[in-house]
Design a binder for this molecule. Structure first.
Ligand code: B1M
Length: 235
């Protein structure tokens, strides 16, 4: 993709060129350049959400395609992921600032055997931005870790992320264990990750599949509203 852009003045680019350059820099794993590009777009009045979706997620999509096609390999993708995280770290507090009063509590983690965390982190950020308190358990979470956290934090929602076809079935293990322990109906269970779909979510007994972070927020809000209504009518 682009050369390192060492002597390129990012400020001289118009918005479209800058987004393209950020995506190239992300592809090349140039964290400092990605961070600078993100800051410039924010200075130009872009909302944090727009920077996130158009520049960063857009860039990571290109990385994903070339990873799939064998053009990029794990070390390069790790660098790209690191650059993406640099940009996300700038946006995280800004997304949280725009948030409404706390609407619910979510525990989220990537399932056992899976170390992909970019999508999960994005969901966490967007949920925080929408006014949810988020307890992020990180990656490689086993069933005991999930259950201990939802109980300890008295969560409303359990969110699980999986990016591999080999790890997504673990969601069923978690939900079945919740059923066995008689706690399944105490929580809203939302699942997401690139290889999942609605049929899978239904098959494993989740409440809903969330295609992306924005859908996760909308779905969580809708379930929370339903929960509040049920409480109100029971009172
Ligand atoms: Co991996 N990897 N990877 N990888 N990796 C994929 C997933 C893959 C599709 C690439 C490919 O072949 N095209 C492929 C999986 C194939 C399959 O299972 N069918 C793959 C593979 C094979 C592997 C390894 C096995 C490679 C190897 O070692 N040979 C290995 C597995 C390691 C492991 O986990 N045990 C591996 C490793 C890695 C890296 C470490 C190099 C790196 C991860 C770095 C990190 O996350 N810190 C990596 C990356 C970056 C990717 C791709 C390129 C990008 C994933 C990503 O971050 N996307 C990915 C290709 C792809 O997905 N196109 C790939 C951007 C992110 C914003 O999107 O995660 O989908 P996503 O999240 C979205 C939605 O899915 C949703 O909202 C998010 C935001 O909109 N969502 C949720 C996600 N989680 C949610 C939870 C919710 C709700 C919504 O809860 C409520």
């Amino acid at each position: 993709m682009a050369d390192g852009g060492d002597d390129l003045d990012l400020r001289s680019l118009d918005d479209d060129e800058l987004v393209k350059q950020i995506q190239d820099d992300l592809y090349d794993g140039l964290k400092a350049e990605v961070e600078e590009g993100v800051r410039i777009l924010l200075e130009r009045g872009w909302t944090p959400y727009r920077v996130l979706t158009e520049a960063l997620v857009g860039g990571m999509t290109i990385v994903g395609i070339d990873f799939r096609d064998g053009i990029l390999f794990v070390p390069e993708v790790l660098l790209a992921a690191n650059a993406m995280k640099g940009g996300m770290a700038i946006l995280r507090p800004l997304l949280a600032e725009t948030g409404a009063p706390q609407v619910g509590k979510m525990v989220i983690g990537t399932v056992k055997g899976d170390i992909h965390d970019i999508g999960k982190n994005l969901v966490s950020m967007m949920m925080e931005g929408a006014g949810f308190e988020v307890i992020d358990l990180g990656i490689n979470c086993d069933v005991e870790k999930y259950i201990a956290a939802i109980e300890e934090h008295k969560a409303d929602i359990l969110g699980m992320s999986a990016l591999l076809t080999t790890t997504m079935p673990y969601m069923k293990v978690v939900i079945e264990t919740m059923v066995e322990r008689g706690i399944r109906d105490d929580y809203i269970v939302l699942v997401g990750g690139a290889p999942l779909n609605e049929a899978f979510a239904q098959a494993v007994g989740a409440d809903a599949y969330c295609r992306d972070a924005a859908v996760a927020v909308e779905t969580a809000k809708a379930f929370m509203a339903r929960k509040h209504n049920q409480r109100a009518s029971a009172a």
